[in-house]
Design a protein around this ligand. Structure first.
Ligand code: 5GP
Ligand code: ZN
Length: 117
């Protein structure tokens, strides 16, 4: 499959690994928007949050288990997890992924959306 993140999981495209288990792979975002910016992805190719159903939703729990482990390992007490689903939300890679952001005091509200129009 011609999927960037599947190629990262297989090692065909290099990445800076943060965490890996049977279900999940995590690596550093190539263009970080915060001092800590990890991507956490299921190893199973799922295009986006809209494709989550009862057959595959268990991997989402694994993603959050991984996030808690990573936070512990990296000594992060506070973090934000974001999933962009679809074009308007800014999803550029069509393999389900969760941004784990930390290391900065973050705002909350309409201005934190990074609106483009
Ligand atoms: P999205 O915009 O789809 O929610 O997030 C995709 C993320 O993948 C972006 O933050 C982008 O910087 C990151 N990204 C794109 N290509 C690569 C790559 O080849 N390696 C890594 N480590 N991150 C990538
Ligand atoms: Zn994929």
């Amino acid at each position: 499959m011609d999927c960037l993140f599947c190629k990262i999981i297989s090692g065909e495209i290099p990445s800076t690994k943060v965490y890996e288990d049977e279900f999940v792979y995590s690596f550093k975002d190539i263009a970080p928007i915060a001092p800590v910016h990890n991507l956490i992805i299921p190893k199973e190719h799922i295009c986006c949050a809209n494709a989550i159903d009862e057959s595959n939703s268990a991997v989402v729990a694994k993603v959050f288990e991984a996030a808690a482990k990573i936070a512990k390992e990296e000594g992060i007490e506070s973090y934000r997890i974001i999933n962009n689903c679809g074009d308007d939300a800014g999803q550029t890679v069509k393999h389900l992924h969760f941004h784990m952001l930390a290391g900065v005091k973050m705002g909350w509200g309409p201005e934190s959306l990074g609106k483009t129009e």
